[in-house]
Write a protein that binds this ligand. Structure first.
Ligand SMILES: NC(=O)c1ccc[n+]([C@@H]2O[C@H](COP(=O)([O-])OP(=O)(O)OC[C@H]3O[C@@H](n4cnc5c(N)ncnc54)[C@H](OP(=O)(O)O)[C@@H]3O)[C@@H](O)[C@H]2O)c1
Length: 253
């Protein structure tokens, strides 16, 4: 895809694009006329083809970028090379994330490190090159996806909660640095959301979880995507360093 092919479109980069929430974000972006640079963790043309077919997406609206965000040097070089092809990157939405749950007592250093590297350290890898470009452009929107469990903590998720809380601190600090260049940085903090990440939770445990949610249900991925779309909209130009919770009232910070 050359610069001229997408010159009439705003460009958005989405990490974890093929995941549950990422797919809903991509759907809203292409419907709103964006060209999307969609990252996945490994090169897989069959997968991206099927993903487009399953979701009714025109593949011409996407550039797929295979980057393992836990591999800093390779990933950062690939991201830099890709964004250099575009005149501007209007929005960056970071949805890539993993869980490796365990009580802290039993948690291995590998479980700790994988989650911190993939969910938090990766923000340097992805945001740094894009942020520098946005500062030059004097416009840009960054949305980082945290979690309710980064705000309140969760048993068995010291690694995940630490990373997701770190995302919020990172975003607030970045918001200061982007403000004079009209680059905003915000967080969306989902509560439990219907995606592959939670589909494996047994039904009886899910029923217990729902009892703790005032709205008695999980979020849909579309509801998380809608909050992201607000934060990259013209209406949100004066909103920066903020965290929007989308959790049915489960935790009000
Ligand atoms: N679902 C929930 O209830 C919930 C609640 C709160 C917060 N969140 C957060 O929302 C975000 C999206 O979650 P989801 O439910 O949509 O999960 P998901 O379907 O598992 O998607 C997560 C995505 O992260 C990508 N990813 C994982 N490791 C990566 C790596 N090393 N390099 C590059 N990409 C990597 C995966 O890409 P590949 O598929 O290409 O491997 C995957 O598409 C996550 O940050 C999650 O923590 C989810």
């Amino acid at each position: 895809m050359s610069k001229s092919d997408v010159s009439d479109k705003k460009v958005a980069l989405v990490t974890g694009a093929l995941g549950g929430i990422g797919t809903a974000i991509c759907e809203k972006l292409v419907t709103s006329g964006y060209h999307v640079i969609a990252t996945l963790s490994q090169e897989d043309p069959e997968r991206t083809k099927k993903w487009c077919e399953d979701n009714g997406f025109d593949s011409n609206n996407f550039e797929f970028l295979a980057v393992d965000l836990s591999n800093h040097e390779t990933a950062m070089a690939a991201i830099q090379q890709t964004i250099d092809k575009y005149d501007s990157i209007y929005a960056l939405i970071n949805g890539a994330g993993i869980t490796r749950d365990s009580s802290f007592k039993k948690m291995s250093f590998a479980q700790w490190q994988q989650v911190i590297e993939t969910n938090l350290t990766s923000l340097y890898t992805i945001v740094h090159p894009v942020f520098v470009k946005m500062l030059e452009q004097k416009t840009g929107r960054i949305v980082n996806i945290s979690s309710i469990n980064g705000l309140r903590g969760q048993y068995g998720q010291t690694n995940y909660s630490a990373a997701k809380a770190g995302i919020i601190g990172f975003t607030k600090a970045l918001a200061y640095e982007g403000a004079s260049s009209s680059v905003t940085a915000n967080v969306v903090a989902p509560g439990y959301t219907y995606t592959p990440m939670v589909e494996s939770v047994p039904e009886h445990i899910m029923d217990k979880i729902k009892e703790t949610i005032p709205m008695s249900r999980l979020a849909s991925a579309k509801e998380i995507a809608a909050a992201c779309m607000y934060l990259i909209s013209e209406d949100a130009i004066f909103v920066t360093g903020e965290t929007i919770s989308v959790n049915g009232g489960q935790y009000m910070s």
